[in-house]
Design a protein around this ligand. Structure first.
Ligand code: KG4
Ligand code: ZN
Length: 364
């Protein structure tokens, strides 16, 4: 019989303080016994984006409570755990450190193995937690801080096929919302506005589609949006509801279009090495219906299976961190006592480094 592990996961790399208990073994979907996420959106909303110092303090204050709540909900004591897994990067360093210090303390007190997990590996392995997706597969991580296509070739072997060279799409949605006077986080607000808009009224660029490969760029869309908005304001002295809806619809269509086209290319590149396969998406932006539909259509045209984990497991959470730790326990890893928290930590060391670090942390 396959050995089963129970792992406590901690996540604090951006603006969600999270603790989760997951039980299982690779080869079957994991059982999420508890998944506590304390979102900090309300703390950052007045600033239109994540403020690192506020985030770090809030993580330090809330982590203990999250862990208690997770163990309670899982009906688990520390003695029932096989290991503790913690996000050790990439992300906003103050938050990452808060999680790492908490996990170190717990591991020292209990003697449990401590597994430092790459946050991006957590996202990338989520389809194995939810659906036991077999390797290899292609995943698109698309959130406020990340945007990259990864070939998941092993649970610790990732090949980066391309990614954003500037803003992540979620960050672009957030900036778009701010420019139009909408709330934070911007993605859901822009999507709501876009539903009533005409995507064809304003012209938005499709950055980097004219170049080969899977790299993407989203910062030019924000500039195009500002210009179109200023044009409306200059012409009529303000923005009407219709203007706002049309701007949102045009912006969203451009992002969806670029992601779908680049996904086609990523699938073709993946297929050269592994044949047609499975395409999964993860990250907060995957909640956007237009974007999801575009990706799903691209996959089905290519004859690929498409998988999108439930939104609660697409956005930042600690279940994915616990699962990534569990995968490593299952191959005999015994944990690490000394490791450093890393603001940048690319999953694929061989890929060219990406420029820039946004408000939500490093774009590893
Ligand atoms: O994965 P996530 O919770 O956090 C990280 O960035 O790691 O993603 C949050 C991002 C925010 O930028 C938010 O605006 C965006 O995902 N988002 C959306 C939607 N829902 C959330 N973007 C577009 N459409 C949505 N419906
Ligand atoms: Zn994330």
């Amino acid at each position: 019989m396959r050995e089963t592990f129970t792992v406590l996961g901690l996540e604090s790399s951006c603006d969600d303080t999270a603790a989760s208990v997951v039980r299982g073994a690779p080869g079957a979907p994991g059982r999420i016994l508890a998944n506590i996420v304390w979102g900090q959106s309300a703390l950052h909303a007045p600033f239109g984006g994540v403020v690192p110092e506020i985030a770090a303090r809030a993580h330090a204050e809330r982590l203990d409570h999250c862990i208690e709540a997770a163990l309670d909900e899982a009906d688990c004591g520390l003695a029932d755990l096989d290991a503790i897994a913690v996000t050790a990067g990439p992300g906003l360093i103050g938050g990452v450190l808060a999680g790492v210090m908490t996990a170190r303390g717990l591991a020292a007190a209990t003697g449990l193995p401590l597994l430092p997990v790459n946050h991006l590996a957590g996202h990338a392995l989520t389809p194995r937690l939810t659906d036991a997706l077999a390797l290899p597969y292609l995943v698109l991580l698309v959130s406020g801080g990340h945007c990259q296509f990864l070939a998941v070739e092993g649970t610790e072997r990732f090949r980066r096929l391309g990614g954003t060279i500037d803003d992540a799409p979620g960050e672009a949605f957030d900036k778009c919302a701010r420019l139009l006077g909408l709330g934070y986080p911007g993605g859901p607000e822009v999507e709501r506005e876009a539903a009533a808009g005409d995507a064809g009224r304003f012209t938005f660029p499709r950055p980097l589609l004219d170049r080969p490969g899977c790299d993407m760029s989203f910062s030019g869309l924000k500039t195009a949006l500002r210009r179109a908005r200023d044009g409306c304001v200059a012409g009529r002295g303000g923005l009407s509801g219709t203007d706002r809806a049309d701007l949102c619809a045009g912006f969203q269509a451009a992002v969806a279009n670029v992601l779908a086209e680049k996904a086609r290319r990523a699938m073709a590149e993946f297929a050269e090495r592994h044949g047609a396969g499975r395409f999964a998406v993860a990250g907060g932006v995957a909640a956007n219906r237009a974007i999801r539909a575009g990706l799903e259509a691209a996959a089905s045209e290519a004859g690929w299976a498409f998988l999108a984990p439930p939104p609660a497991l697409c956005t930042d959470n600690a279940a994915m961190i616990a699962w990534a730790g569990l995968e490593r326990l299952a191959v005999g890893e015994t944990g690490a006592r000394s490791f450093t928290a890393r603001p940048r930590w690319p999953l694929d060391d061989t890929a060219a480094p990406q420029l820039g670090s946004g408000r939500r942390g490093a774009k590893a």
